[in-house]
Design a protein around this ligand. Sequence first.
Ligand code: CAA
Length: 287
Amino acid sequence: MSLTKVERVAVIGAGTMGSGIAQVSATSGFHTTLIDISAEALTRAKQSIQQSVEKLFSKGKIDETARQNALEGIVSGTDLALAAEADLIIEAVTENKPLKLKLFAELDALAKPSALLASNTSSISITSLAAATKRPSQVIGMHFMNPVPLMPLVELVRGLDTSAETVAVALEVCRAMGKTALEANDSPGFISNRILMPMINEAIFCLMEGVGTAEAIDGVMKLGMNHPMGPLALADFIGLDVCLAILEVLHSELGEDKYRPCPLLRKMVAAGYYGRKTGRGFYTYTT
Ligand code: CAA
């Protein structure tokens, strides 16, 4: 079996996840392109990549070549056609199914026939994204974790038609990016969010029902279970809107009451309290 050699990576979506993926791709030596419809988002991504890279460089975690690759080497722009030469396109746009389906159809039309199309989705079916293309065997989930430069995991998700070659190429790319890939089948929430989101949701129920304060709930999980962050702080970090969207998918697709999003989570999202990114969630943030 001759594997597609991935040299050029295009990342679509310059939010937290997309910029982190582009950063790791560039520091790992891939020719990297970062595309977003918003020029402002690209400018913010550039700033966050710079901050992160300088921090990692100052700690000796990356060398000068990797630093330069990320600071100078990433091509960025607002035109999707910039992805046409990529061997691997990683989609990391908002968690919105119609948007992703449309994007996959567009990417399929402009990408090289040999290119793989990956999605960083945290809950949307890879099989349904693949069905929006004429190359379903070359579509795969590559679910990175936030913050991408620090977290070692990529959850690799096989759609119904994902080929063994596509999995092998994606595994090789993860290895080259210094990540450990673990495989999951295409099921709502995959492994990560099938387990993480019910824990976060239960923590929110505990808060709503007055079982404990936010500090006590998070403290119990940090000090008692050695989690680096409590579940409420983690929900703020991920984004309460994102948590709600994932829980909605788990609830509607698995059909069990145990995935019912907590009413307090719904209320906070309705109020625009999305967590760190809006400065207010279960905690308040000044930066
Ligand atoms: N790049 C480089 N350095 C970074 C960074 C980044 N993006 N983010 C944080 N750091 C650095 C900080 O600057 C800090 O450096 P100094 O010690 O030199 O100041 C260091 O990392 C530690 O950070 P903090 O002091 O802020 O706090 P911490 O020790 O708690 O570490 C953390 C931060 C790594 C995020 C840690 O809290 C953690 O691992 N949290 C859990 C994260 C997690 O669960 N992620 C998965 C979320 S789920 C997901 O992503 C998928 C989904 O589908 C929802």
